[in-house]
Design a protein around this ligand. Sequence first.
Ligand SMILES: Cc1ncc(COP(=O)(O)O)c(C=O)c1O
Length: 339
Amino acid sequence: MARVLRAHVRDDVRTGVFRWLPLLPIAEPVPGLPAGGTPLVEVPRLAEHVGLRRLFLKDETRNPTRCLKDRATAVGVSLAVAEGFRGMYCASAGNAAISLAGFCSQLGLGCHVFVPNSTPAGRLRWLELFGADVVVHAGDYDSAFAAAEHAGSEHGWYSRNCAFNPFLVEGKKTAALEIAEQLEWQAPDLVLAPVGDGCTLGGLGKGFRQLAALGLTDRIPRLVGSQAEGVDPLVRRFKGDSPQTDTAHATEAHSIAVRHPRNAIRVLNEISASGGDLISVPDDAMAEAQALLGSMGGVVAERASAASLAALLTLRESEPLGGVTAVVVVTGGRIDDDV
Ligand SMILES: Cc1ncc(COP(=O)(O)O)c(C=O)c1O
């Protein structure tokens, strides 16, 4: 099985996400925007700064709309078209909505997105340029999510809410499949990603477990998730602490500011199965990590995305990392004053 799959991904004429078609829940991809196939960039200066043996950045900012979300959207639009839907919807702090809007504009599908009132103007401008139908919800992401699900079922649109439609994380898992292939079928020691609803790290975890189950790799990496200190419900749950009740807590990292994560069980199970961890990081540590990614990695990450490097810098305080090979997933590159 492992030999057949390796040969398939080596020889398949498709690109990106759809090179992994035998491991995806779709029969035939639609010819949408080219998601996936992003570089794994070794960053020796940053590795030395952190004190690691080797450090790689999985640069998801190279996706068509600059975010890992495009992997899930590519799978979602294929399923929607195959099932005859003409309209799609999602709730989002910005990135998933922009991703859906980009793919829908290219394919001519209706796109209905529900965003919180905190959505930065730059992100609304992207949505406008992609021609999406945008509902700016009066509340936060959590209430925008409820409004989106209500409208989606009322109008019969296809859901691109990853925490609702279970097929979409299959797209996200392709980032893990690519990482293993790019490391010549070795799993790294550590993989770090920011966590909001939990679909991204949950999807990565599934990908690494599937690779090991199929005999493509001989182990799974430790998964380390990061949340903003101001909104960190999953960190609290992972550590057995009581949930945060003080809604005055906040973060500038809008993309991961999720108070009621909807893929909690999946991501917590994946982290536990990998022997990993969940770490809270303050906004100023994310800003510092964002600057390091730029100045020592040549990658521009959005604040929320830099939470994974911030978590790595926290981790090195409590454990020796000198022999470790780590992959930091740079999930998105849309800085908030970007237009
Ligand atoms: C850039 C970026 N990184 C990470 C995440 C977290 O993903 P998830 O909500 O699937 O945990 C998001 C989610 O919106 C995001 O936009």
